[in-house]
Design a protein around this ligand. Structure first.
Ligand code: OAD
Length: 267
């Protein structure tokens, strides 16, 4: 008789991932929309994704904003309003607790997400590669501010110079903020274990961090519902929900360190 295939990764794979994590002095994590999916934030690609029904070039490029800022602001104001309502899930909390175990100097989360949920869960060392839905910036002057939770008018204007504001989001065809990107590259170059969580791994330069981690010989663990563009380049792929796998890994880490401290015997 055949047993049904369980969706949760095999213990063997979890043990493998755990072994890689335990020997790492420094850990860097790359997260994508999948880590927030269990909080109710839609991902981008695939059925029900944010890009379904939207052409990226109509809502998420500088050209789209020049052509029709009202449409782009409508899209982002809807996203802003829906994000204020959501809460971090156990995956975000597990990453925040892992940061405490390693220390914020030795554990960094590079996120492509703009929802702020890692920080809300307590992570201190978060590098927002694609900006933040909470922040706005002026299209003309240096004004930049956190306007979290605020309902903005359809075409918000700068309190300093009166010109049009824009979301502080990195759009397609735009450069990533140089300082944030440099720090992400540095954290990746210095890590010994690199976690890739809930990202399709198709958007560059963010996905290039995976190659950066490989280049320095870091071990790479992927957590995703399914195989992705990154899977061929990782040491262990754990298939399932990040909100379940990350807490499980954390629990194993805690158990393991306890066993190691007492010289505990494992069956
Ligand atoms: P995608 O929508 O491309 O990919 C989401 C990934 O998460 C997919 O691989 C899913 O299989 C996986 N996933 C979904 N639910 C999951 C769960 N509960 N646990 C684990 N994995 C899960 O999103 P990103 O890779 O983040 O850029 O997209 C990268 C960038 O492209 C975004 O930052 C955005 C987008 O266009 C800009 O807006 C500039």
């Amino acid at each position: 008789m055949h047993h049904p295939i369980e969706h949760f990764p095999e213990d063997r794979e979890l043990e493998q991932a755990l072994a890689l994590l335990r020997v790492a002095q420094r850990v860097t994590v790359l997260t994508g929309a999948g880590v927030s999916a269990e909080s109710g934030v839609p991902t981008f690609r695939g059925a029900g994704g944010l890009w379904e029904g939207h052409r990226i070039e109509d809502v998420a490029t500088p050209r789209a904003f020049r052509r029709d800022p009202g449409l782009v602001w409508r899209f982002y104001n809807l996203r802003r309003a829906s994000v204020w309502k959501v809460q971090p899930n156990p995956g975000h909390f597990a990453l925040a607790e892992m940061e405490q175990r390693w220390g914020a100097d030795s554990f960094a989360v590079c996120t492509q997400n703009v929802d702020g949920l890692h920080q809300q869960a307590g992570s201190q060392h978060v590098l927002e590669l694609h900006g933040s839905l909470a922040r706005v910036r002026c299209t003309v002057c240096e004004y930049r501010a956190d306007r979290r939770g605020e309902d903005l008018p359809p075409l918000p204007s700068c309190p300093q110079c009166g010109e049009l504001l824009r979301p502080d989001i990195v759009w397609f065809e735009e450069m990533l903020p140089a300082d944030v990107w440099e720090r992400a590259v540095e954290q990746t170059a210095n890590c010994e274990c690199f976690l890739v969580v809930g990202t399709s791994g198709v958007v560059y330069p963010a996905a290039g961090l995976i190659d950066g981690a490989r280049a320095v010989g870091a071990s790479i663990i992927e957590i995703n519902l399914e195989a992705t563009a990154a899977t061929g380049r990782v040491d262990v792929a754990l298939h399932g929900k990040s909100g379940e796998i990350l807490p499980r890994l954390l629990a194993m880490l805690k158990g393991e360190s306890g066993a190691a401290a007492t010289g505990g015997i494992r069956a």
